[in-house]
Ligand binder design. Sequence first.
Ligand SMILES: [Zn+2]
Length: 58
Amino acid sequence: MPTCKECENEADKLVSVKVDGKAKKMCEDCADRARENAEIAEESESVVQNMMGFKGRR
Ligand SMILES: [Zn+2]
């Protein structure tokens, strides 16, 4: 069985998730967590952008 690099547990399968622009292999538990963290990071980034008047700009 493959070993997850994040929690060091053996997992049935590893999925690759993009973290900070890098693809990382991890178990589904860690993948879920990583996705949640990524969403939170994106949200807080857009909040900051709105505060700074970047609304609507990309
Ligand atoms: Zn894991």
